[in-house]
Write a protein that binds this ligand. Structure first.
Ligand SMILES: Nc1ncnc2c1ncn2[C@@H]1O[C@H](COP(=O)(O)OS(=O)(=O)O)[C@@H](OP(=O)(O)O)[C@H]1O
Ligand SMILES: Nc1ncnc2c1ncn2[C@@H]1O[C@H](COP(=O)(O)OP(=O)(O)O)[C@@H](O)[C@H]1O
Length: 219
């Protein structure tokens, strides 16, 4: 947050968070020029949902579909980022919040680079998702809710984590003994009920249709 400004001749420096005397440097090649080069509009497709709801599967299917149409994408997957950038974070509320904040900031950079950034992480808190939305220019944050019931996710349990959580071997597991706050006003809801889930390709097509209708994919 901007907390103070200092003017020394024409130089204006500011304090941002804990950084003092920092100055924003602009460059003539900006987002507009990069978007023209790529023939697309930078944006963030933010996929939220329970563990096992299909976030990574949708992210990959969407990336494949867009790539095959000549669009540049990059996936920021919660699980993967916890192997590097976010390896210092655990699953306590404050660390999950920091995880979401960092991914939001990185996603913003990718969108500024002109890419279609696909972020797939549980991101269980409404307030943190909303803070990420506010980082982006209006309408370039596209929230996708994978609305898959806990029973379906638990039955899938590809990593055996629900089983461990039910056995009390993982504490604070989302949906079991940790909260998940479903979006109430997101751009896209992908509904899946027991035995009635769209295929990954048709989930991806639903997102592609939104991107086309909202002119993110210029021909
Ligand atoms: N306690 C607990 N709760 C939920 N998930 C857990 C937990 N511990 C480990 N995992 C594994 O971590 C993956 C979720 O990481 P995220 O970064 O997406 O989570 S969060 O957004 O910070 O809540 C999640 O991956 P997905 O299954 O792909 O969602 C799990 O594999
Ligand atoms: N639309 C779908 N229909 C059926 N199974 C799916 C679907 N999407 C994902 N899955 C399966 O569900 C499991 C969890 O998917 P995954 O993408 O890893 O979820 P998440 O990233 O949300 O944890 C995987 O075994 C995956 O193959």
């Amino acid at each position: 947050m901007l907390t103070s400004m200092t003017c020394i001749d024409k130089l204006v420096t500011s304090t941002v968070g804990k950084s003092t005397n920092v100055l924003w440097h602009d460059c003539p090649i900006g987002q507009f020029e990069r978007q023209e080069l790529l023939n697309q509009k930078g944006c963030v497709v933010w996929i939220t949902g329970l563990s096992g709801s299909g976030k990574s599967t949708l992210a990959c299917a969407l990336s494949r579909e867009l790539h095959s149409r000549g669009h540049l994408t990059y996936i920021l997957d919660g699980d993967n980022l916890r192997h590097g950038l976010n390896r210092d974070l655990c699953f306590e509320a404050k660390d999950r919040a920091e995880n979401i904040r960092r991914v939001g900031e990185v996603a913003k950079l990718f969108a500024d680079a002109g890419l279609i950034c696909i972020a797939s992480l549980i991101s269980p808190y409404r307030s943190e998702r909303s803070a990420c939305r506010k980082l982006l220019h209006n309408s370039t944050f596209i929230e996708v809710f994978l609305n898959v019931p806990l029973e379906v996710c638990e039955a899938r349990d590809p990593k055996g984590l629900y089983k461990l959580a039910r056995a009390g071997k993982i504490k604070g597991f989302t949906g079991i003994d940790d909260p998940y706050e479903a979006p109430s006003d997101c751009e896209i809801v992908i509904q899946c009920k027991a035995g009635d889930c769209a295929t990954p390709k048709s989930m991806a097509d639903q997102v592609v249709s939104y991107l086309e209708a909202n002119e993110f994919l210029q021909e």
